[in-house]
Each structure stands twice: as structure tokens, then as C-alpha cells.
Design a protein around this ligand. Structure first.
Ligand SMILES: [Zn+2]
Ligand SMILES: [Zn+2]
Length: 232
């Protein structure tokens, strides 16, 4: 039996693989136009051929080469991500991976290894799945790329980072993320695309990038479903 595809947001019948009906598509804050090369946040102005960065990325240089995000973390996008994370809606990951692949553009090159940001096992028990690993798995299947869902491990449960200062976040994340000793050799000389659902300050992604670099990874890239934009 084949079920007709439905809009992942409102349930209307849809015809496209992108999983949204027309009205929901228009209401979904997909990022287009000028963006920060390091985190993918939309920026005002025109592209002039030079590398453009947002204030956050200029103040806090990132340990990765490029960052891209599919959506701004507002309105309908925020609702969908919360449903993916806490609402037991793993079906959202498939269309989300398509939006991410579109935002990624040339970032998804054949030899790059997709590595999801890990969840601590105690959260994994509560949520049943790691939404970032689910996104990485769909991205890998869609783009015929290698992925290693348990390359990184979260060895300590970290409290919510919202509202913490940069130094507090860094302190909380120190040693919280490690490379899985079973796969450590797999990072040597590899280009890695870190996959996460939301980038807020980037502290968690920084800890992940540093763990990969310390294990001998070559270049790190970052691809998220959504980016929190300060002004949004
Ligand atoms: Zn809809
Ligand atoms: Zn930025």
C-alpha cells in the first residue's frame, strides 16, 4: 500500500519531495540570499565576491571552514524542530535533510564524512532517537555520502546552554564531547561535515569540531537545520 505524501507541517496532501504544501512552504523561513560564510545566518546586503561573516563569527572565529543552515529558527521552523526533537516526529528528518542538502550546496562533496552532534545517553533514553543522527543518516542516503552516527560521544550530560556566557558554555563543554575510541582512526586526514538541528552560539559545534581536529581530521564544515538569528 502506498500512502500519498502529506505536508509535514499541516497534513495537506503534497506532490513534492520537499514535504511541505504551498502555504506552509511560503511560511517556512528558508534561508536564501546573502549569508555569513561561517554560520549561514542571513545577512543584509549583496554578495560582492568576498567572504562575508556575521558579527558573532568575527568576534568568535570558528574552528571550521564554512557553515550553512537551511532555516532561521523562528515561527514554523521552530515548531517543526521542537516536534522533531521532543514530539516523536522522526518523519520530519527526511524532508529536513532535503532542505539542508539544498542549503549545503558544494559543501556536500563525495569524500566528506557526515558526523552528527551527539546526545548524552540519558537524553537518548528519553527521546528514543538523536535528531542530529537522524538528519545525518538521511543526508548521507540522499547524497550518497559516508556517515558515522556514533563517531562522537557525549561523555557528560550538559545542562541547557541558553543564557550562559561564552566562558561558562566552554567550561561546561570541556571534555563533554569525545571521539569514540572505536572509530578514532576514521578521522585521520578526513574532511568532516558536522550535522546538528540548531546552531545557537555554536559552543557545542565548536567542542565537536575541536574533538575531530584533535583526532587528526583535516577540515571541518558545519551544516544545521536551523540557525538562531539574533535579530529575528
Ligand atoms: Zn502544509
Ligand atoms: Zn556567522
Amino acid at each position: 500500500m502506498i500512502y500519498p505524501p502529506r505536508c509535514v507541517s499541516c497534513g495537506e496532501l503534497v506532490t513534492s519531495d520537499f514535504g511541505l504544501c504551498g502555504p506552509c512552504w511560503r511560511d517556512t523561513p528558508l534561508i536564501t540570499g546573502t549569508i555569513c560564510e561561517s554560520c549561514g545566518v542571513p545577512l543584509p546586503g549583496e554578495v560582492d565576491g568576498h567572504r562575508i561573516e556575521c558579527d558573532d563569527c568575527m568576534q568568535t572565529p570558528r574552528p571550521w571552514q564554512e557553515g550553512r543552515a537551511a532555516l532561521t529558527y523562528t515561527g514554523r521552523a521552530r515548531k517543526m524542530i521542537l516536534a522533531l526533537k521532543h514530539g516523536d516526529r522522526p518523519d520530519l528528518a527526511r524532508p529536513a535533510a532535503r532542505w539542508m542538502a539544498q542549503a549545503a550546496g558544494r559543501m556536500l562533496q563525495p569524500d566528506r564524512l557526515l558526523v552528527p552532534v551527539p546526545l548524552h545517553w540519558s537524553r537518548l533514553l528519553r527521546r528514543r532517537y538523536n535528531q542530529s543522527a537522524l538528519l545525518a543518516t538521511h543526508l548521507a542516503a540522499l547524497n550518497n555520502l559516508p556517515t558515522c552516527p556514533d563517531m562522537l560521544l557525549r561523555t557528560r550530560s550538559t545542562p541547557k546552554l541558553d543564557g550562559k556566557t561564552r566562558d561558562e558554555r566552554t567550561a561546561l563543554l570541556t571534555d563533554a564531547i569525545r571521539v569514540n575510541p572505536r572509530h578514532a582512526g576514521g578521522l585521520l586526514g578526513r574532511d568532516v561535515v558536522l550535522v546538528d538541528d540548531v546552531m545557537t552560539s555554536g559552543a557545542t559545534l565548536t567542542a565537536c569540531a575541536e574533538a575531530c581536529l584533535n583526532a587528526g581530521a583535516n577540515h571541518i564544515f558545519v551544516l544545521t537545520l536551523a540557525r538562531v538569528a539574533k535579530d529575528a
